[in-house]
Design a protein around this ligand. Structure first.
Ligand code: AMP
Ligand code: MG
Length: 342
């Protein structure tokens, strides 16, 4: 299959491919998604094949407008409408009870479905033009860092999908925040582009699933199927170092090997001469770190590094999502040097 590169003038072509059961890479504000008609089980099945995605890891249904919630969800709590009003279109996925018309292929036979209205004009335009909800996970091969530009998606998906719609670089850079609204207390299943603090403002107490910050023990059943898989990994193994950024920088400098790559904050980029370094932004700029984290992980694959150390932001704001992606890329290999910046 030849993968076509589409531009913003080709919305009609992208929509036509989706309606015909094909696969299209779609830019969103979070990361590029791999979209298919969410009402067509065969098309959805092709997403799993193209990505090499485990069959029990469900997809998010993307809708153009909150009014579509009722088409695919039932027993929708008032909190869902309040959140939709406050943050959609935007980087938040709500897990709600599904209706029967949502194919099992999307939910992996769960009785819930994840729904999101993305905040990117091209994503919204394609979904509207297709006239169907678009099922989409991130557009990377399973286990690899998520793509934040069309070129990264093409690296993973060339020849495996019909087209990629190039919408430039993603503004947020990490995937959506996922909150489960089917439990009595809302539960954060994945930190993402919408900070936890913002969710708490809208919902009050939000439980944070243990899998957000720690590895599940063998045999422990994850609340969200995607939580049990290794994710976001470059080819070389990653070790994340948490704590005060001056201390983590010194620790990494002391432990450099012959071919060590370093992910660090801009302030420390000069400390590792001779090493491939990916600076992901100043310590205090979490939004920039979110935009850079997947590109940084991916960049080491074109070097000869055999180990990667990463400085880790504190958990305030978007730091929770950045830290989660780094720790998952590291398979939770973490060196903790104690309290650091928030
Ligand atoms: P991706 O954005 O590529 O990670 O794929 C979608 C994510 O949404 C995965 O982590 C899924 O596990 C999660 N997800 C989708 N539907 C549900 C659901 N009904 N319940 C819990 N998590 C879900
Ligand atoms: Mg993904």
């Amino acid at each position: 299959m030849k993968t076509k590169l589409l531009t913003k003038n080709d919305i009609g072509i992208a929509a036509e491919i989706l309606r015909a059961g094909g696969l299209v890479g779609i830019p969103t504000e979070t990361v590029y998604g791999l979209g298919a008609n969410g009402l067509d089980p065969e098309a959805v099945g092709r997403i799993f094949t193209a990505k090499g995605r485990p069959q029990d890891n469900p997809l998010i249904l993307h809708i153009p407008d909150p009014s579509w919630l009722e088409r695919y969800c039932r027993n929708i709590p008032p909190a869902a409408y309040a959140l939709a009003e406050a943050v959609w279109p935007g980087p938040l996925t709500m897990v709600l009870q599904r209706r029967e018309n949502v194919p099992n292929a999307v939910t992996c036979s769960l009785d819930t479905v994840g729904v999101r209205c993305p905040g990117h004009p091209l994503a919204l335009a394609v979904i509207r033009a297709a006239g169907v909800p678009v099922a989409a996970p991130s557009g990377n091969l399973s286990g690899r860092p998520s793509p934040t530009c069309a070129r990264h998606m093409l690296e993973d998906m060339d020849g495996r999908i019909d087209a990629i719609l190039d919408g430039g670089a993603c503004g947020v850079g990490v995937e959506s925040t996922i909150v489960d609204l089917t439990t009595s207390v809302p539960r954060l299943l994945r930190p993402g582009g919408l900070p936890l603090e913002r969710l708490e403002e809208a919902l009050g107490t939000v439980a944070v699933d243990r899998a957000v910050t720690a590895q599940l023990s063998p045999g422990e059943k994850p609340r969200a199927p995607g939580m049990k898989y290794r994710h976001y990994a470059p080819r070389a193994p990653v070790v994340v170092v948490t704590g005060d950024s001056r201390r983590t920088a010194r620790y990494i400098r002391r432990n450099l090997g012959q071919h060590t790559g370093v992910i660090c904050f801009d302030e420390y980029a000069g400390l590792f001469p001779g090493c491939p370094v990916e600076a992901i932004g100043p310590v205090s700029d979490k939004a920039r770190q979110a935009r850079r984290v997947f590109d940084a992980l991916r960049a080491f694959d074109s070097t000869d590094v055999d180990a990667i150390y990463a400085q880790c932001p504190g958990s305030g704001g978007l730091g929770l999502a950045v830290a989660n992606r780094l720790k998952k890329a590291a398979g939770f290999q973490v060196v903790d040097l104690g309290e650091g910046e928030l």
